[in-house]
Design a protein. Structure first.
Length: 367
């Protein structure tokens, strides 16, 4: 293989694929990145067997076709420090000579046939969604996934597709994020799949490099995603996802509306007076205002009063500040609407018509 290409384009592709390459393995081939010519393009591939990605990069010229597999960390680090301009890659056996702008390197690699195959995308049986929308859906849900392996199905995001609607749900048992959007579903796909967090986290990154709708195909054991120049593969998590609909409180509580940024600032300030052992803030609901407070023995106490749209009964609710801030950060800006039934029932936060965040309260008597 002998290829001439732009360093900036090569670096961009390596960064993207590098997100799926693992460093926590004893198998060197899974820490590697494969470079292969495809017509007049250079395809960059990486996988940890659970998640894989292929990215096509434009070249200046392909003088000789071929492929090479190189250590991922070294090749990514090299091009991160490379100066702007053209770079030439020339493969001899399993090594690659990298040269340009007064630099000349030789990296030893591995046999290309040792590199795992990453499944390709097939058109039949897929649905399409706006790339920007799927990126937003992931950002507003994936943070709520469980990190404990004991709750295996909760370590991923549920993706439900039926008719022209896609729903995504994530929960760790203490909070839940839910969002839905429209899709183009010409093949009338109807599936419920649990996607590992690492796999679903790649979707916004891919979306940022795409101006066209994203194509998604869900199989029994895996998901394959396709954009103009990127293919993503992810295994699915086996098992039954919790019945998330049972966790959504009925619409019969006290309602409060507040600006996202104002509330975020108040919660962050109050959280400074909490500790790991006593990590709770109090929401004191009063007519036209909410008092966000925290009190920790031997440290001090805080009270921040903010004006809100509230005319319900007075109530005091305990919440985890980190969980609340995660939801507010996902929304970003604009108004959010809370609903509180009582201090011991889950609170809900809504933004727009399609986003819902559910928070389990902390019993203040135990805080």
């Amino acid at each position: 293989m002998k290829v001439l290409c732009s360093n900036s384009k090569l670096h961009e592709g390596l960064q993207l694929v590098g997100n799926v390459v693992t460093t926590s393995t004893t198998k060197p081939i899974l820490q590697a990145i494969k470079l292969e010519t495809v017509n007049d393009m250079l395809e960059i591939s990486g996988t940890d067997l659970e998640v894989g990605m292929k990215c096509l990069v434009e070249t200046e010229k392909v003088m000789k076709s071929g492929s090479v597999v190189l250590p991922g960390g070294r090749v990514m680090g090299l091009f991160r420090e490379w100066t702007e301009g053209k770079v030439q890659l020339e493969v001899q056996d399993n090594s690659c000579r990298i040269s340009g702008e007064g630099c000349d390197f030789k990296l030893l690699g591995y046999a290309p046939d040792e590199f795992p195959t990453i499944p390709s995308f097939t058109e039949k049986g897929h649905f399409e969604i706006d790339s920007g929308k799927i990126g937003e859906m992931v950002r507003k849900t994936v943070f709520a996934c469980a990190s404990e392996r004991l709750r295996h199905t909760m370590t991923g995001v549920l993706m439900e597709v039926k008719g022209d609607v896609i729903k995504m749900v994530a929960t760790d048992g203490r909070r839940m994020a839910y969002i839905k959007e429209k899709v183009v579903n010409k093949d009338k796909i109807s599936r419920n799949s649990i996607i590992p967090a690492k796999g679903v986290q790649q979707l916004p990154k891919i979306a940022a490099h795409s101006s066209e709708p994203m194509k998604i195909r869900l199989e029994d054991t895996h998901m394959v995603v396709k954009t103009e120049k990127i293919t993503l593969y992810s295994q699915l998590i086996e098992g039954q996802y919790p019945n998330y609909e049972e966790a959504i409180p009925k619409e019969d509580g006290e309602k409060l509306e507040v600006d996202t940024e104002i509330l975020s600032g108040a919660v962050r300030r109050a959280a400074f007076l909490t500790t790991e052992e006593r990590h709770v803030i109090r929401f004191k609901l009063r007519k036209g205002k909410v008092i966000v407070s925290a009190e920790t023995p031997d440290i001090g106490n805080a009270e921040i009063e903010i004006s809100v749209d509230y005319s319900g009964v007075e109530m005091e609710v305990g919440l985890n500040p980190d969980f609340l801030l995660d939801g507010l950060k996902a929304v970003g800006k604009g108004p959010v609407r809370f609903m509180f039934k009582d201090p011991n029932t889950a609170a809900t936060m809504r933004a727009g018509k399609e986003y819902l965040y559910v928070l389990m309260p902390i019993r203040l008597a135990e805080a």
